[in-house]
Ligand binder design. Sequence first.
Ligand code: 3H9
Length: 694
Amino acid sequence: MAVDYTTHDGVAVITLNNPPVNGLGLSTRAGIVEGLERAQNDPAIKAIVLTGAGKAFSGGADITEFNTPKATQEPTLHTVIKAVEGSAKPVVAAIHSVAMGGGLELALGAHYRIAAHGAQIALPEVKLGILPGAGGTQHLPRAIGLEAALNMMVSGAPVMSEKLAGSGLFDDVVEGNLAEAALAFARKVGAQTGPHPKVRDRKIEHANAEGFIQFTRNTVGAMAKNFPAPLKCIDAVEAGVKNGFDKGLAFERECFVALVQTPESHALRHAFFGERAASKIPDVPSDTPVREIKQVAVIGAGTMGGGIAMNFINAGLPVTLLETKQEALDRGLATIRKNYEATVKKGKLKPEALEQRMALITPTLSYDDLKHADLIVEAVFEELGVKEQVFKRLDEVAKPGAILASNTSTLDVDKIAAFTKRPQDVVGMHFFSPANVMKLLEVVRGKETAKDVLATVMQLAKKIKKTAVVSGVCDGFIGNRMIEQYIRQALFMLEEGALPAQVDKAIEKFGFAMGPFRMSDLAGNDIGWAIRKRRYLEHPDMHYSKIADRLCETGRFGQKTGSGWYDYKAGDRTAYPSKLVDEMIVGYSQETGAQRRKISDAEIVERLVFALTNEGAKILEEGIASKASDIDMVYLTGYGFPLYRGGPMLYADTVGLYNVERAIRGYAARANGDAWQLAPSIAALAEKGRGFNG
Ligand code: 3H9
């Protein structure tokens, strides 16, 4: 039963009861209408309270119903809200916690609203690529004013109920028992004669509504490039301001129907569910007991170790920070302090909080100080020999049951685990740089990693606000293994006729935050060089362009040396195309006999993105990732893949795997075609007319 109906001394209480968040799916909607009718037909009932059970009043429309027949089946949310509004007996919405999207729109249809302190109020539809489609664009400006309403809609950000007290949205915001307050309020208004107030009858008061709308449009237009929904919110509000509630409502509906079918909305919804799905590991049940993590230790106070430590400190967990030399430790601590000082300067952290956070760090030079840690994360030099020393030492000092994590980005976690007598406690925690900022955490599951270790790390990831994705053991794990194929294609294209700026521009226009050459200059070209040198030994048969090695041989390691694929000026991170490098590239093509040709931007995008997709498909085939959305989450949160395209796997689905297969087969038949080994699953899915995501 998605809705409960009870009576309390003349008041009917309709309680949404559709866990986890009281989504307004078909059965919930039908239940509300049924409850309203029951209350109308009972002469003993004088007023109605509409409320929610569990952790939300309502999280809004049921997103899983979008683009399915249920979404439009009566009673639609519009019908429900109309029934609430039209109730002859007053309806009081009692909001004890989250009221979002359709949930807030439902409450706006009620005659009265009261909320508990701390309730989260939002119209977050833009985050799903849509606009509030059940009257929110018309009701909210009438409830809290044009400016505040537009802010809430275009940002989608939640606002605490107490901040909205006195805004016109709530009749009361209470600190005590909301249920009792709601019943008392309902009895009071139930004794009054109607008609009861409707938000739709209020006026939108603003001295210069059109001017403000235009101002918002200009600001949002510049910020929301590639995301159509925020501008549509403004259009819908404007329609209501100019033409009145009903016409505004009709226009809002039109916009909603169009937006819900856009690839941007599809991508954003994919990311919403992908993020939640990533935390679920197929063979690790959600009720797996977790180990308690009260003390953390981080080995290595360099950029990575320091950033990792900050994550735990920010979550209030004490961290023991270990280095081998006092000066390295001092340097690490100074960098952490500097980072926090910058946050204080931006006004995002109180000065006293800075000291509190620093006080959570215990610096040490001794492994013996790690014996109380529940989790130890190693962030030392990326070499197996160094890791061996560290893990052997950890095996001696760590307490039984402590989780031993490696931040390795490419090394074999099973080999690292084998350095200890407790491989079941060893796991990879691959943070991305800067570790205190980047959302992604690849959790690398060794063949012996215990299930409760995985469950603990996934839970901890939530606490430190990371998107954690589980990867099996392979070279580069999910993210770096795929990026290698992407970089390989980028380099081949230089040989075949493109220049770095053209490649970067094409993929940045597609939506990547940074093209491969600017990215490489930022990370340091020597890093890729070191990896390639290892590859040449491990995979002598694998074909790489040597063009990047040439660049490195000249000492152009990127921004840190003032030159790389591009030229840089002191104190300026702008990448200026380098004549010297461009000539070197053309010279290299001539030397190797490569026929330079004009490469289109479309080809650049296809080769880079499909290289990711193809490797991603192999990663799925091998079970390194358990679902396609995990791969997309890695790319959306760690590699700057454009959010509005949903990741390399969803993008391939959007293009159609038949087309992806054809493109890959085409590239495989051309120069450097040996780099394209079509993943069998792409062909198999294409034949069935399916995609990675169904
Ligand atoms: C809308 O309302 C359109 C209308 O304007 C017009 C209609 C005509 N639907 O996040 P959590 C699931 S659009 C379906 O981990 P929390 C979620 O997938 C909607 N499912 O919990 C997860 O499932 P699972 C506008 C939903 O406590 C579980 O609930 N509303 C929905 O950290 C727990 O989620 C939004 O955009 C939904 N609407 O946070 C709000 N919401 O357990 C989106 C959640 O299987 N939701 N689920 O993985 C949120 O922001 C958070 O979920 C919320 C709770 C703050 C509510």
